[in-house]
Design a binder for this molecule. Structure first.
Ligand SMILES: C[S@@+](CC[C@H](N)C(=O)[O-])C[C@H]1O[C@@H](n2cnc3c(N)ncnc32)[C@H](O)[C@@H]1O
Length: 350
């Protein structure tokens, strides 16, 4: 019950156990409660640079972000992709933080109720509401009705099935243990309209994080020890039903150095920005676009693989990783596959 609107049932003792003074019940906190408590603390005393990568928040004409909101930028990349927000989408934002990305989404949608921001931590909801109130002063285009803050959590989103165009979360799902991550992904899938998009930014690990760090609940809450590898992370998205994933950015995020974290070698965490589409999974598997292209270098004017891909000689065609692998096998000498750029903005074919 930590961090919710109601009066806490338990108080924490020195051994990180929860103690109910009325009922004399002692229980250990779950890792989700530890995370909620952590975010209650950093809502009340902001920690500048807690999760963020070294980049300034997206700057947009006429958008002024209050300083207190910038100081609570607890995201590790961005989920706001300006070129795809032209149709005033309804956005469900999970884990509101200081409200930065909720404001950025509102900038595009500009209508009452377009952004629904959910958080189970009362102090965080209150901080976001304060920051959004401040944003009213410097942003004449902004109205408080554009963002609605609701109590709720990632496993039980307070909206109907198939009701939103976008679900976004930044630096939250990596905190979840794998089975909880699957639950959260399925819940996002439930509330999205067909064709809707799950826009995420999360740390991923370049090699599996050892158990002693994974079990450290405080590090997990700080987005430092719950990250999965790229392969595990994308597979969980596909297992939740998403038929297409586009990788928008992949960059270094943090180094877990061997001395501080008791590791055999340093372990690099990266930050991954992705967009996953609620579209059917093709029979031969989901499409993941990482920025690869296929270039036909044979003697004909074009190459037709009879599976929907026509490659003109010398002209790069964007392909998903599955198709890239198939083409490389079918025509290893005549089709050149370029490396993943980890920066793909839509427009390819499967
Ligand atoms: C790392 S912060 C990210 C905040 C924000 N997305 C940003 O980019 O600044 C994680 C956020 O998720 C919230 N949170 C914690 N547990 C949650 C849960 N089970 N469901 C939804 N949100 C949760 C926290 O209160 C906090 O606001």
């Amino acid at each position: 019950m930590i961090g919710l609107n109601c009066k806490p049932l338990y108080i924490e003792n020195a051994e990180n156990q929860l103690y109910n003074p009325t009922l004399n019940i002692k229980t250990t906190m779950t890792y989700l409660e530890t995370a909620a408590q952590f975010y209650s603390e950093v809502a009340q005393t902001p920690q500048v640079g807690l999760c963020c990568v070294q980049s300034t928040p997206l700057q947009l004409p006429g958008l002024k972000i209050p300083l207190s909101m910038q100081e609570m930028n607890y995201g590790c990349g961005t989920t706001v992709h300006p070129t795809e927000l032209g149709k005033q989408p309804t956005v469900l934002y999970v884990g509101v933080g200081g409200g930065l990305e909720a404001l950025q989404f509102a900038y595009f949608s500009r209508r009452p109720g377009a952004v629904i921001a959910v958080d189970p931590v009362a102090a965080m909801r209150e901080a976001a509401a304060r920051n959004l109130e401040m944003a009213l002063t410097d942003n004449p285009w902004f109205e408080s009705s554009f963002v609605e803050i609701r109590e709720g959590d990632a496993f039980n989103l307070p909206v109907a099935d198939g009701s939103v165009d976008i679900v976004a979360q930044n630096c939250l799902f990596n905190i979840f243990e794998p089975e909880d991550l699957t639950r959260a992904l399925k819940e996002a899938y439930r509330v999205l309209k067909c064709g809707g998009r799950l826009q995420m930014s999360d740390p991923i690990a370049t090699s599996p994080i050892p158990a002693h760090l994974q079990q450290d609940e405080r590090l997990r809450a700080m987005c430092l020890s719950g990250a999965l590898t790229y392969e595990e992370y994308t597979q969980r998205i596909i297992d939740a039903g998403f038929g297409q994933i586009e990788i928008r950015a992949r960059r270094p995020y943090r180094l877990l150095d061997s001395q501080t974290y008791n590791l055999e070698t340093h372990l690099l965490l990266e930050s991954l920005d992705s967009v996953s589409f609620k579209v059917p999974i093709p029979e031969d598997g989901a499409c993941i676009f990482t920025g690869k292209t296929a270039i036909y270098a044979g003697c004909e004017d074009f190459f037709d693989d009879k599976a929907g891909h026509i490659l003109q000689r010398g002209i790069p065609a964007t392909v998903c990783d599955k198709t890239a692998a198939k083409l490389a096998t079918v025509k290893p000498k005549e089709v050149i596959i370029t490396d993943s750029t980890w920066h793909y903005n839509g427009g390819g074919c499967c």
